[in-house]
Design a protein around this ligand. Structure first.
Ligand code: EPU
Length: 361
């Protein structure tokens, strides 16, 4: 069924809590519904949203906002099991990946919760990330050393240009850090994700290399390390560091972590050691290609922005990578003003250009 509403209030459909309206809002709840939508006739521009957790509406939306309500989670038999000659066990019992098909409208954390309860490994580190499954595959969401691409098997879409259903293998999705082919300007908006097939595992595969995650999990779970135990620890860490969208509006990390050359990093490190002493350690991650990723949170904090307010907007005091709608009444201009000033000061102090992770609409 397709539900259409005009001049729809989107305040509750964007986690930043911007008080904006959409001229037309359409929600569909099955893959088949997409065939009935006359894409050529929709008021333009057309924007497909998920949980609205990675965007900043800068004004009322003059076109059509689409939203998927396709909600299912289903374990698939591995291809081998459909072959009559194949006598191996079902995917649930073997060590082969457990393929799980999930509708694009499923809240991503509901999927993580389901997987943890099923004892399936792979999604636990991604627990409590806001947003929905369709957007997760576009954005390549990530946290605590895992990106969603690590568990994606295939992405199924509706091609609004050719009006046909298509699928993309993991390689075809072209995943990078918070990036995929679905974000490339030439094709942005063309493909609507209908469902994603994830490859999970019944074999223990804890990913505990990020920061102090291993210690936190060992302390909380002792020897009994399960997807559910890791999920519980991750949720606790996220709740301590990140604002709860229902309490204070935000879109999670506002900026991406910049990647710079080793030479550039060494200059930043030398300046920090000159300022704070020779033992000072600049947080960073060495990448396989010789480049260095430096947490934007650290740079923003060094520029003195942590906890700073500007009108209704503020830099979150526990994690400066997050800009918050502090009063609940912030105007988009106040958020953008803060964004511009942060970018300018990081550029001046470190010579690094920050790029927003959040989509400006
Ligand atoms: N840091 C500071 N000051 C702070 C907070 C952090 O200097 O107040 C430095 C610390 O050195 C810390 C480092 O920043 O070790 C990294 O911090 P954190 O582990 O919180 O991760 P992040 O790089 O800031 C990324 C993702 C988050 C994800 C976390 C955890 C991006 C843009 N953000 O943040 O994703 O939850 O790692 O894995 O990559 C999101 O995308 O919305 C999001 C929340």
């Amino acid at each position: 069924m397709i539900k259409t509403e005009y001049y729809k209030d989107l305040t509750k459909m964007n986690t930043f809590g911007m008080k904006v309206k959409a001229r037309c809002f359409m929600e569909y709840d099955s893959v088949a519904d997409l065939v009935d939508i006359e894409f050529e006739e929709l008021a333009r521009p057309v924007l497909h949203i998920g949980g609205g957790s990675n965007l900043l509406f800068t004004d009322d939306f003059k076109g059509t906002v689409l939203h998927s309500n396709i909600n299912f989670i289903e374990i698939l038999d591995t291809p081998c099991h459909s072959e009559p000659s194949c006598h191996s066990e079902r995917s649930e019992e073997s060590s082969s990946p457990v393929l799980v098909s999930v509708g694009s409208g499923v809240v991503f954390d509901d999927f993580c919760d389901w997987a943890a309860k099923e004892g399936l490994w792979g999604a636990e580190n991604l627990s409590y990330i806001p947003g929905e499954v369709g957007a997760s595959a576009v954005q390549n969401i990530g946290a605590y050393g895992v990106e969603v691409k690590d568990i994606i098997h295939k992405v199924y879409c509706y091609d609004t240009v050719e009006e046909e259903f298509v699928s993309f293998s993991l390689e075809e999705c072209g995943y990078g850090y918070r990036d995929s082919i679905f974000k490339k300007p030439e094709i942005k908006g063309r493909y609507i994700v209908t469902h994603v097939v994830f490859a999970l595992s019944r074999e223990a595969n804890p990913q505990l290399g990020y920061g102090h995650l291993r210690d936190a999990v060992m302390e909380a779970a002792n020897q009994n390390i399960t997807p559910a135990a890791i999920r519980k620890v991750i949720i606790k860490i996220r709740k301590e560091k990140l604002p709860e969208p229902s309490v204070m509006g935000s879109a999670g990390s506002f900026f991406m972590n910049p990647v710079i050359s080793l030479e550039h990093y060494q200059k930043i490190e030398a300046a920090a050691k000159a300022e704070f002493g020779p033992d000072y350690k600049v947080p960073h991650y060495d990448l396989p290609d010789g480049m260095v990723k430096v947490p934007a949170a650290w740079m923003i904090e060094q520029c003195g922005w942590k906890g700073k307010r500007s009108g209704g907007a503020a830099v979150y005091d526990k994690q400066p990578l997050v800009i918050v709608n502090y009063t609940g009444d912030a105007y988009p201009e106040e958020i953008i003003g803060l964004e511009r000033r942060i970018i300018a000061s990081v550029k001046t102090k470190f010579g690094v250009e920050l790029h927003p992770e959040v989509d400006h609409i």
